[in-house]
Design a protein around this ligand. Structure first.
Ligand code: SME
Length: 187
């Protein structure tokens, strides 16, 4: 099915996020495959936000729960399984592929089950620099039945690239996507 989605003509960010919600509802309509929906959501977020904010956003995409990477998903001292993330659909440059819960901004947001709005990544202990051009970041967990099943991650080349408007908008997007997809292979 080819979705009929028009580009956002929003003039400010709050309006953009209202349009984005509708656009995402549009692309997921009749489609529950998580890879497909996260791929289209990445494109809508990345291109839409760059156009409306003029901020140099350089990455937008997803990491999802990884069921396969034993080395990261096993605690070296206790031998117990730990959750880990693996790179999912995104827009932007090549990114690191595996992130353990508790590591970096993504793994910390996943472990703490809360959005992390990082105004300057150089001040975040353990930040994982996939692209040295990134200076700020926002990570929103995807939560299904109380469990973190992935994260939505955005990077920006300037400090303070994201604010509370982005946080509110992206948290709604994350909820829509969690409900809109079948998570076969992830959970
Ligand atoms: N900076 C992230 C890693 C992922 S990339 O930004 C795409 C982190 O610290 O978890």
């Amino acid at each position: 099915m080819t979705p009929n989605i028009t580009a956002s003509t929003a003039s400010d960010k709050a309006e953009f996020y209202q349009d984005l919600e509708l656009q995402i509802q549009g692309v997921v309509d009749g489609q529950r495959n998580w890879i497909t929906n996260l791929a289209n959501a990445s494109a809508l977020i990345y291109h839409g936000l760059r156009a409306v904010t003029n901020k140099p956003i350089n990455w937008a995409g997803f990491y999802v729960l990884d069921q396969t990477t034993e080395s990261l998903a096993t605690d070296s001292t206790t031998g117990q399984r730990k959750d880990a993330l693996i790179l999912g659909p995104f827009q932007g440059k090549v990114a690191c592929t595996n992130i353990a819960f508790g590591r970096g901004v993504c793994g910390t947001a996943a472990a703490e089950k809360r959005t992390l709005l990082v105004k300057d990544v150089h001040e975040f202990p353990g930040h994982i620099a996939c692209d040295s051009a990134s200076n700020s970041e926002i990570v929103v967990p995807l939560v299904l039945n109380e469990r973190v099943i992935g994260v939505l991650d955005l990077d920006c080349e300037v400090t303070e690239g994201f604010d509370e408007v982005d946080q509110a908008g992206l948290e709604v997007v994350a909820k829509i996507l969690v409900e809109a997809c079948d998570w076969r292979g992830v959970v």
